[in-house]
Design a protein around this ligand. Sequence first.
Ligand SMILES: [Zn+2]
Length: 423
Amino acid sequence: MKARSQPETARQRPRRLLLCLDGVPFELIAMARKRGLFARFHRPTRLLSPFPTMTNIALSLMFDESAPLGYESLYFDRRSGALAGGARKYIGRRTPDKIPSSYMRLLDYQEPLACEFLVYVAPDRVVHADFERFRRRFQQTVPGKDFFAFLKGVDGMLHICGSQALLRALEKLDQLLEEMCKREGDRTEIFLFSDHGMNLVENRRVHVRTHLERHGYRVVSRLRARRDVCIPAFGLCGYVAIYCDANEKAKIAAHMAELEGVDFSLYADGDELALVGPRGRARIRARRSDIGSASYRYEAEEDDPLELLDTARRMRQCGQLGADGYAEDATWYRWTAEHTYPDALANLYGSIFEPRVVNTADVLVSLRDGYYYGSSLFSRIVRLLATHGNALLPSSSAFLMSTHREFPPHMRIAGARWRLHGV
Ligand SMILES: [Zn+2]
């Protein structure tokens, strides 16, 4: 009798090395390729990272693993109505309570916890040590076994040293991968990718706290009264998650529109998404067909904050937008994948209505490039030369490329759900 076959793919396809470079944007990889780096790889695809453009959201979606509790390790817990997690995560070993999403269990290599902070003190040394540890660990694994490594140091380096330093570090990585390719030949397919992109401009802090206090709110770590708000402040990133009384959402979003650096705020109004910003107000409506596919409608109520009216007009001329203003998800995607706000309708609607994190914010704010919100302690220590988190093209543009195959010019991260042992 024939032995029960193993999954075919495990025997017949090449070994896979999945190498994730935290926060390296599509544009920077394109620049590196122009300089002749990563020449063995096929053309990179623009991999669209969901809003807020943060690691745990992106990787949990990409690998179809559990949603993280919040956007970062300091988060708001709805059950207790208070802030939870935080810097304690960084002390000691990575115990289960410090694992934000189950994708982390897939990793064969990630840097030691302490390096997540040390990179801000000695970026070059930490990044090079990260590369070296990864190389050694890969060499020590059983030949033929798939391997998934997450190189986190490059994100910190970009934040505080900017793109030139990162391009130099990528030269080292290119040499290392070149040696690997020579040794492994065609037997190993390398997938080099990132989780989110990054804007490459200097960013300054947005004073969310003082602004809302001026409007009579109390910024607290536990919600008790109607005018209490919780705003977790951790990494220095281009989004703000606000937790508040349901009756205050619309008012808070309107107040936020007056604050310099805010692009727009989102909140659920019934099953519609309301969007309010200094450049106008809009609504996104969604509906599902009998077979489960989604359609979206963009309703500009005041000006055109997402700059989509022109696109919608052209879609209508081509017969791709219904008389009722709805178009299929796939149609919107085709027309807006490389827009200023890529894939805006599905992406922004999903940021509030999909369980991207367990504790979704009541008001989710996207900042303009050049602005961040986060821990005031960190912001005193570092000068921020790049960041991510907002819904604009640079932060939304991660990349993916392979030594063995070519991908389409752009893809949603959730559409790249190739699994380690998949086809
Ligand atoms: Zn980052």
